[in-house]
Design a protein around this ligand. Structure first.
Ligand SMILES: [Zn+2]
Length: 359
């Protein structure tokens, strides 16, 4: 991000891009374009924020790869429900004669989506594991009554417990996609193993243990040109799966550790329990001040223990105010936010930044 202006080939400055992305985020109308280039904000896995740029060709290629490797091509018209934090132009582009792509904003309380999702009865459901978990619970309570033939888990880490629960509810196998703002990184084979897309990604392994079982991937995208991704190290921790029965030569993934944040459940002014997805908390904090380089939130009873890492003394109050403002939009007023000292060790091996200690 420090060298954004030099690295991108579209001649877009970091100020210009940040301005467009922030406006799109706060107005929630998502007209995040500079000419033919769409601009996105990512909170990534590293705790700070990034800006990404993608042109129309790159977007088209993304759609083609997702269709080919994840959704699978079919002439039968299918309906997709995509739960997402922002309606990026990137995702809107998967709308065609054979796919009816419906977007559900995870900023809204999940209960506001129940009627619409039941009416849509999607063939394909795409969401983060935390959202899939809630949908699965509502399905067991008969509040949601959909019969998807495919469920795709994106963005966060899908724990084995959640996976089993959701698969049991819907009686099907979940497909997992390893996708982040740095690109479409890995897709599942027919045995359900995620394999890196090594036909267009160069993956280097930076081992973090002596046994060489776990590594940070260093990625080079051989196709992206608007914002070249060259030897970019991700904070995710990958454990490798060797000898997948599918026979693919692409590196197999046993598990991705690093983004297993918790849902926070809290009462609003009418006494109803509201689920706040970790992505909402992450973005609220990270976007409150560009100086924030890392953070940790622990929610216990009705108190948020907030630790902010920043060289700027005002960062804590900016993050605190942003969090208050965000919770107020859900009609939530009965909570405290207390300051904690940031300690790198708080994150532990799982790098959990948002943690819920309540049952
Ligand atoms: Zn495989």
């Amino acid at each position: 991000m420090e060298n954004f202006d030099l690295i991108n080939t579209a001649g877009i400055s970091i100020e210009q891009a940040t301005d467009i992305a922030e406006k799109a985020e706060s107005s929630r109308n998502f007209s995040n374009m500079i000419g033919p280039i769409s601009v996105g904000l990512s909170t990534g896995t590293s705790g700070n924020r990034g800006i990404f740029l993608i042109n129309e060709n790159e977007r088209a290629r993304w759609v083609a790869y997702v269709l080919d490797r994840v959704i699978g091509f079919s002439l039968k018209k299918r309906k997709l429900a995509f739960f997402l934090r922002a309606d990026n132009k990137l995702y809107q582009s998967v709308k065609s004669k054979i796919l009816d792509f419906q977007f559900f904003d995870i900023h809204l309380n999940i209960h506001e989506h129940v009627t619409r999702i039941n009416q849509l009865n999607p063939d394909i459901l795409i969401a983060q594991p935390s959202v899939l978990s809630v949908i699965s619970e509502l399905q067991t309570q008969n509040k949601i009554t959909i019969q998807p033939s495919q469920i795709i888990s994106v963005a966060e880490v899908l724990t084995p417990e959640d996976k089993a629960k959701i698969e049991n509810t819907f009686q099907l196998k979940i497909s997992e996609v390893y996708q982040c703002t740095e690109g479409f990184l890995a897709a599942p084979c027919k045995h359900g193993t995620l394999h890196f897309n090594e036909d267009f990604l160069e993956i280097e392994k930076k081992y973090i243990d002596q046994e060489q079982a776990k590594f940070h991937p260093i990625i080079t995208d051989l196709l992206r040109k608007t914002q070249p991704i060259v030897r970019y190290e991700l904070n995710d921790i990958i454990s490798e799966k060797k000898n997948c029965p599918c026979g693919s030569k692409h590196i197999g993934i046993n598990q991705i550790e690093g983004r297993s944040d918790d849902i926070i459940t809290i009462r609003n002014a009418t006494g109803a329990y509201i689920s706040i997805f970790p992505d909402i908390i992450r973005r609220t904090i990270v976007l409150s001040d560009p100086d924030i380089s890392d953070y940790k939130v622990i929610f216990n009873r009705s108190t948020f223990h907030l630790a902010i890492k920043s060289q700027n003394k005002t960062s804590f109050s900016k993050a605190k105010n942003a969090l208050i403002h965000k919770l107020n939009t859900y009609d939530i007023y009965d909570f405290n936010i207390v300051k904690k000292v940031y300690e790198a060790t708080d994150l532990g091996i799982k790098k959990r930044r948002v943690e819920n200690l309540n049952d």
